[in-house]
Design a protein around this ligand. Structure first.
Ligand code: IMP
Ligand code: MG
Length: 173
């Protein structure tokens, strides 16, 4: 109960990078609209900041997948707990995640969404921990690539805590 948080990515760097991602996404989807799927709960702060910086039309959907429970290690098993509401058939789906770790969550969602006949499916993650990858995932937009450390803040939690930190930090137990 007495862990401390060491800052890894300050808020100003997050905001600047999200602005860049928004500009890049706006250019890439010029003339199209985006069906943004925010993976709850971790991606919510990032998805909202990102959406504000995209200049093409955006609809926002939310989905809950199974999580880590209270530990810091993935179970590898993925389930959709709460699904999107508006059909994604024929839409340009942009999945927005907080972090890609083993890759299991996004690998699974990509398959599911392709079977739903989306026009396109792309991935955007705030953070990427490539050292921990168990399955290959093509990521289209990455905010920051980080080393293999357990991070919190800007939506990411440790046992449901620290999601409200405005920066990314490392938990030191
Ligand atoms: P994956 O399926 O292993 O790629 O894990 C993806 C999910 O695990 C993310 O959406 C996070 O919710 C969680 N996760 C992975 N690494 C971290 C971390 O360092 N801090 C907090 N949550 C994490
Ligand atoms: Mg998550």
């Amino acid at each position: 109960m007495s862990e401390t948080i060491r800052e890894m990515i300050p808020e100003t760097d997050l905001v600047a990078r999200i602005q860049e991602l928004g500009e890049q996404i706006s250019r890439d989807y010029d003339g199209e609209s985006i069906y943004l799927v925010c993976i709850l709960r971790g991606a919510a702060p990032f998805a909202c900041e990102l959406a504000k910086r995209i200049t093409v039309p955006v609809t926002m959907e939310f989905m809950t997948t199974s999580s880590y429970g209270s530990g810091t290690v993935s179970s590898g098993e993925v389930k959709i707990k709460n699904d999107v509401e508006i059909p994604m058939e024929g839409r340009n789906v942009l999945i927005v995640e907080d972090i890609i770790d083993s890759g299991n969550t996004l690998h699974y969602l990509l398959e599911v969404f392709k079977n739903r006949n989306a026009k396109s499916v792309k991935l955007c993650t705030l953070l990427d921990k490539p050292e921990r990858r168990e399955v290959d995932v093509d990521v289209d937009y990455v905010g920051f690539t980080i080393p293999d450390e357990f991070v919190v803040g800007y939506g990411l939690d440790y046992d449901q805590k620290y999601r409200n930190l405005p920066y990314i930090g490392v938990v030191e137990l």
